[in-house]
Design a protein around this ligand. Sequence first.
Ligand code: HMG
Length: 418
Amino acid sequence: MVDFSGFYKLSVKERLERVRLFANLTPEDLSLLQDSGALDLSVADKLVENVIGAVHLPLGLATNFLINNKQYVVPMAIEEPSVIAAASKAAKLSLPSGFTASSDDPVMIGQIQLVNLPDPSGAVSLFESHQNEILAVASDFLKPKEKYGCKVLGVSGQLIDTIRGKMFILFFQINVGDAQGANMINGTLEAVSSKIREIFGGQIRLRILSNLAIYRKSRASAIWKRSIVGEDVIEGVMDAYAFAEADPYRCATHNKGIMNGVSSVVVATGNDWRSIEAGAHSYAAFLSTYRSLTKYWIDKNGDLVGFIELPTAVATVGPAINSSPTAKTVLKILGVKSSSELGMVLAAVGLANNFAALSALSTEGIQKGHMKLHARAVALNAGAKADEADLVAAILSKENDFSTANVHKILSRIRPQK
Ligand code: HMG
């Protein structure tokens, strides 16, 4: 593995040089990364409506990730201090084996809603006798994308009871290749609509993908050795995990900590973080009460095994990514070859962030590590300049007083008197 230890102690310029060498970045990539306003307003104006500016987030790199024996440095876009450090620390503690990860094929679900059916009780048999015809129309629509591995894999139908009466719902399963799939699925569903109306009568309402992407999950596991992390961390993480499994109030925060890592990689790679959040939390409640996305157990050697599984409907191609020059550079740094590989990285980062948070929460408390890093934001917020922030933060941590008044006192001590 290329050694990234102490990466956080380098200057931004030195870090850029290190990552340039690691990921073979071009001068254009470097200038994009250094331009914190890299999204041109004329491009922004074409992406969404009524544009008046752009919002920027810090982009950092989590280090020490070894996933299926491949080294990754993981770009994370996030405003919250200590998340990147936490992921890096947990990944370091998982070495030398690192993470084992896998992903399903990129299969998404699309749904068509039929209401006001003339004969709801006959809908299932009508569906069964026309299933192949429906599949043929949908497949025809996707033909031009077959070269990218996109394919309609199947369709099923189900009559459901709702507060507005019986509805017939068609579920399409579509391999969307390396795309996120929303446009491909919605386009296919709309293309097949007139055939569906012809077969069933009634009225077609929604034609939309489902973010509960249960066929497009990724999973990762890691072993944190007792000899490295110690007894207290292992027992502490097990207690924290048990708490989350038993209590939805705690579980929401537990899963939020996982998504700290996952969503920041999703944002950095130009992907749709709302769909990932929706998928993760709905999966956590799928078929049971709301549960932890991670699982932990102690193996026969007394080491801690962590496991995560969650839907990862992300893309490595598509208009949103192509129109964001930074996302393309981020994907280059990450070095992923497919959306499935990106899903594996997301799973590993989510597990790492969860392990780090549970270790800290169950032992020394979250404030010590988090506040040490948050102190720089506190200092800036209270009036310190960027080149004063590190010093002020160090003094705030030493004095364990993170108040605005203390920042002012420190600034008056360290600034040259006029
Ligand atoms: P530490 O013990 O000071 O770290 O931990 P260390 O000195 O042992 O360093 C180990 C490695 O961590 C380093 O390796 C770095 O990779 C990384 P090295 O490079 O030295 O070979 N590392 C850093 N990376 C970047 N910047 C840094 C840095 N320091 C260490 N400054 C740490 C310090 C903050 C990592 C630890 O206390 C920790 O993991 N705390 C947990 C923080 C956390 O989870 N934050 C998330 C925000 S809180 C939240 O919203 C989620 C929550 O609600 C979720 C939940 O409830 O479950 C808590």
